[in-house]
Design a binder for this molecule. Structure first.
Ligand code: EPZ
Length: 407
């Protein structure tokens, strides 16, 4: 594949940014919002709560949560998007009550939210689980010291929003450092929040009386950028990725260089040339700034083309190897042992009919299809549409032979 591809806004920055609009009765204007399914689901969720919520294909969104007569997130919405849990923190901060369906598990793991609830309770909330819903209430949240024993991205984001208008100071310890967490902190500061040391493991928030509206542009999607970088490497292509922040995927780019790809980071661009041989190199997923779990499936597709054996260790989710089963059906030599996958490269893949199981697994199957002999059909691509905007058009623009078909 060769050419230039422009990266869309980050889904995982846009979702908390949209939830943050609940923190103020004033209007919030967002830009660079990816027009993907999860964003439309969040718009619907905010509207059903009573907010005026508009999301446009041009990447702008206008959200005004003047009145929220229904501070709740119903099961039928939450089950399609577990990130709905992100409304819990803002609702508790502004209204002191919320009823949010428990997200439940998904294909990649149990996905508990115990740390979200623990933090709110430390801030004075009462959280009960009744009929599959979290029912939370508090007169007024007060600042607290919250130590999360596992690094949780949305947990950190939820508690940061909850702490914005709590009485006094909150310290979030062992906090997530993902760029999306920092992007949310930036947005909250423009709304009047007092947040320091976001991007480190210890975030400090001083509660204020209220927050005002703002205009915020979300960061580019580092996982989409990483996905196209792997696409260039696996096809031995020559691709320039634009409208991205190379520093946000430093670990991924370093790993790609170890496999032999030539990577040049520029101002908002990444130039990737894939080269032979693709070297088999071990990787372990870790919280940011480590190698992103959201890039693990894409990397596994690349390692099926490696010149030896690569050990992929997944430390974040307990069941994030569903894509391996489908890659094996294409002829890949992969053995799963607990949280580790042993990928023996050197065997050509053959096209097959595949079924996607989750968002990043779908991307992995498409990357494998790009280099498999013959035709590959990936079913249930609605998983893909949750987080990638028109991926088939972007890949086709780089020379891939790919089309969306309706069965
Ligand atoms: C966010 O999910 C992302 N989603 C995920 O991206 C990403 O894979 C994940 O972070 C890890 O980077 C959004 O930001 C919307 P976690 P999140 O809480 O916040 C355990 C995608 O592809 N945990 O950081 O739900 C949990 O079980 C999605 O876009 C608890 O035990 O993930 C997991 O093992 C998939 N208790 C680990 O922490 C809790 O209360 C990390 O989960 C919360 C989490």
């Amino acid at each position: 594949m060769s050419g230039r591809v422009e990266i869309s806004g980050a889904k995982n920055a846009a979702l908390p940014a949209m939830a943050a609009s609940l923190l103020t009765p004033e209007t919030v204007q967002l830009e660079n919002i990816p027009y993907v399914r999860d964003i439309l689901t969040t718009r619907r969720l905010l509207a059903e709560m009573g907010a005026a919520a508009e999301v446009r294909p041009d990447g702008t969104a206008t959200l005004t949560a003047a009145e929220i007569p229904h501070p709740e997130a119903p099961y039928d919405l939450v089950r399609t998007m577990r990130a709905s849990i992100l409304v819990l923190g803002p609702l508790m901060a502004r209204f002191g009550k919320a009823r949010v369906s428990l997200p439940g598990g998904c294909a990649i793991g149990a996905r508990p939210v115990n740390l979200h609830l623990m933090g709110l309770e430390r801030m004075g909330a009462r959280c009960e689980v009744v009929h599959g819903y979290v029912e939370a209430s508090a007169e007024r949240l007060h600042g607290a010291y919250v130590l999360m024993d596992t690094v949780t991205v949305t947990g950190t984001e939820n508690l940061m929003m909850a702490a914005c208008m709590a009485e006094g100071e909150t310290v979030l310890d062992n906090a997530a450092c993902e760029p999306e967490v920092c992007d949310l902190a930036c947005m909250l500061r423009t709304m009047g929040a007092r947040i320091e040391n976001d991007g480190t493991r210890t975030i400090r928030i001083e509660g204020v009386k209220n927050l005002h509206g703002c205009r915020h542009r979300v960061i580019p999607d580092r996982i989409e950028a990483g996905t196209f970088a792997v696409a260039a490497a696996i096809t031995r292509g020559n691709v320039v990725i634009t409208n991205c922040v190379p520093a946000h995927l430093h670990s991924v780019l370093e790993q790609l260089e170890r496999t032999g790809a030539e990577v040049r980071a520029g101002e908002g661009t990444i130039h990737v040339r894939g080269r032979d041989p693709i070297r088999s190199v071990d990787v372990t997923t870790n919280p940011y700034p480590g190698f992103a779990t959201d890039m693990q499936a894409q990397y596994m597709a690349l390692m099926t083309q490696g010149d030896g054996t690569a050990l992929i260790t997944e430390t974040i989710f307990e069941n994030r190897f569903m894509h391996a089963l489908e890659l094996i059906r294409m002829g890949a030599d992969i053995t799963i042992e607990g949280g580790q996958a042993i990928v023996r490269g050197g065997k050509p893949l053959s096209g097959a009919n595949l079924i996607a199981s989750d968002l990043r697994a779908s991307a992995s199957l498409i990357l494998a299809g790009l280099v498999a002999q013959g035709e590959t059909v990936v079913d249930r691509v609605y998983h893909l549409d949750r987080g990638y905007h028109r991926i088939e058009e972007k890949l086709a623009g780089l020379g891939a032979v790919i089309e969306r078909i309706s069965r």
